[in-house]
Design a binder for this molecule. Structure first.
Ligand code: 13P
Length: 249
């Protein structure tokens, strides 16, 4: 059976005191469950705090991005190996905010995916279409292109042990969630796409949904057969919301 996951993405939010209170509440309440993983991805400066507050809890932690480079003259970059030194298990790669605002191409995202794996991190590859792409009927074409770029660069076997997250750009931070049926259709298409090459890899690949997930809508999304959990933005900053989403997994 594939793992089920709830992963928080704090984005550019937090502060030492605020994190302290949030992490304490999460650490106290997240229960260990076989086959289920709870994690938070924090801004780089807070990896150390996440490690010290979560290392004896049932919650894993990670970063929201990594450099595609391992070391050298790349001012401002943070390598996957540096992130791993803080006990991180995960890193997001290819979040739509990185793709859109920071102009990350499919090829760069594929390199980051490889860098993460070489450092022992589990990459959470984010894919998703914009509203214009959805309206033009291009949803599947866009998400397959984003996934295929990673498969072409790293090989299909790189998906073993990795996590995929479908996050429609029009549902992120907008309060407009994809309906369970809309999300399930894309998740199923992604899994079938991988299964056309290797059914075992496809069957074991967790595919998370992200985009305005809250405790009030998590259960209906997670009930879909190909939705294996959630990648949570705004609601991961509020302990009660995030714990409610975890409870719905
Ligand atoms: P929201 O949950 O705030 O819509 O963000 C989703 C997201 O981008 C998680 O990576």
């Amino acid at each position: 059976m594939r793992n089920r996951l709830v992963i928080g993405n704090w984005k550019l939010n937090g502060g030492l005191a605020q994190n302290e209170s949030l992490l304490a509440k999460l650490a106290a309440d997240v229960d260990g469950r076989i086959g289920c993983i709870c994690a938070v991805t924090v801004p780089f400066p807070y990896l150390s705090q996440a490690k010290s507050r979560l290392q004896h809890s049932g919650i894993a932690w990670g970063s929201q991005d990594v450099s595609r480079f391992e070391s050298g003259a790349y001012t401002g970059e943070v390598s996957a190996a540096m992130v791993a030194e803080f006990g991180a298990k995960f890193t997001l790669v290819g979040h739509s905010e990185r793709r859109v605002i920071f102009c990350e191409t499919d090829a760069v995202v594929a390199q980051k995916f490889g860098s993460a794996q070489r450092a022992g991190l589990t990459p959470v590859l984010c894919v998703g279409e914009t509203l214009a792409e959805r309206d033009a009927g291009l949803t599947e074409q866009v998400v397959m292109r984003q996934l295929d770029a990673v498969i072409a660069a790293q090989g299909l076997a790189a998906l073993v042990g990795a996590v995929l997250a479908y996050e429609p750009v029009w549902a992120i931070g907008t309060g407009r969630t994809a309906s369970p049926a809309e999300a399930e259709a894309v998740h199923l298409a992604l899994r079938q796409h991988v299964a056309s090459v290797d059914a075992q890899v496809a069957g074991d690949l967790p595919i998370l949904y992200g985009g305005s997930v809250k405790k009030s809508n998590a259960a209906e999304l997670f009930a879909m057969p190909n939705i294996d959990g959630g990648l949570i933005g705004g609601a991961s900053l509020v302990a009660e919301e995030f714990l409610g989403i975890w409870a719905a997994l």
